[in-house]
Design a protein around this ligand. Structure first.
Ligand code: ATP
Ligand code: MG
Length: 275
């Protein structure tokens, strides 16, 4: 009788331990990015991000909204380690590693990527050479030219890009829309685990938005990577399941909701959050 009771106590103990182990395991595997109490600003002392917290799991899509000047691009830049934005407090964890002090290239090697709101012209390096060098730097392996060019051609076709752009200097003389497509081309070729898309849809005509959205869907199909999408419109998100929507006001996340919140804000604006 006593033996049977001991046995069942042991079984319950083992069960509870397994549940705890499973929860810890799930947390480590599922949580990709965790930003804790982040405070950041400029060298001159201007504070932009205030006590900001955000958690992004593997395969999740998060939308980040907020009025102009709220700090959305600054958050993206700070996450990517742009030295203009100085971290004054808090932590950034990526893949369970504290990357708060990491340089941008180290973050990119770990699997982070950002598509810029205003991509810069880089004379002297072609779009193709830039992407190939980035992949080589990221993986540390030689990228075979034939396979690379085949994949580049496929991705450019998918984005409805003229193949001649591969040979042109990065963004030099590109129109606003062409630059945004070049950013998504880099996303498709680099296949990061986590991508921040900063207003990739702004300045695009109706057809270009459709191709960019197709590119994002292809990225998800290939990698199931996580996304933080900064946008003011729904167009780019069509067909993408949004897991969470965050509202950023004055450098602080004032509200987090599901995909429905995104559509609500799109209809009613930010008024109720900006007080
Ligand atoms: N490098 C910088 N130098 C000076 N001020 C900056 C810099 N970066 C950001 N700021 C300031 O910080 C605030 C937040 O800017 P940020 O570009 O992050 O806003 P945003 O939410 O992305 O706005 P938008 O929707 O217009 O793109 C603004 O007041 C901006 O002027
Ligand atoms: Mg911005």
């Amino acid at each position: 009788m006593l033996n049977a009771r001991n046995k069942s106590t042991n079984l319950i103990g083992i069960f509870l331990l397994s549940v705890v182990a499973l929860l810890i395991f799930q947390y480590i595997i599922v949580m990709l990015l965790e930003v804790q109490n982040l405070n950041a600003g400029l060298e001159d002392g201007k504070q932009i991000l205030n006590d900001l917290n955000i958690k992004i799991g593997s395969g999740e899509i998060h939308a980040l909204m907020g009025p102009n000047g709220a700090g959305k691009s600054s958050l993206g830049n700070t996450l990517m380690g742009n030295p203009v934005y100085q971290i004054k407090g808090g932590k950034i964890l990526f893949k369970d590693t504290d990357i708060t002090e990491y340089s941008t290239d180290k973050r990119a090697r770990l699997g982070m990527f950002m598509s810029f709101q205003s991509p810069l012209e880089v004379p002297g390096i072609s779009l193709e050479a830039f992407i190939r060098a980035s992949i080589q730097q990221k993986t540390g392996e030689h990228v075979k030219l034939f396979q690379f060019q085949k994949e580049l051609k496929r991705c450019m076709e998918l984005l409805d890009m003229n193949p001649e752009y591969a040979k042109r200097d990065l963004n030099v003389g590109f129109s606003g829309g062409e630059r945004k497509k070049a950013e998504i081309l880099q996303l498709l070729m680099l296949k990061p685990d986590f991508a921040i898309l900063d207003e990739t849809d702004s300045g695009l005509d109706v057809d270009a938005v459709r191709f960019v959205a197709k590119g994002i869907a292809e990225y998800r199909k290939m990698t199931n990577g996580s996304l933080l999408i900064i946008t003011h419109t729904t167009k780019i998100l069509e067909g993408l399941p949004i897991d969470y929507t965050h509202v950023l006001v004055k450098g602080h996340i004032v509200k987090t909701g599901d995909g429905e919140l995104f559509h609500q804000i799109n209809e009613k604006g930010f008024e109720e959050f900006v007080k």
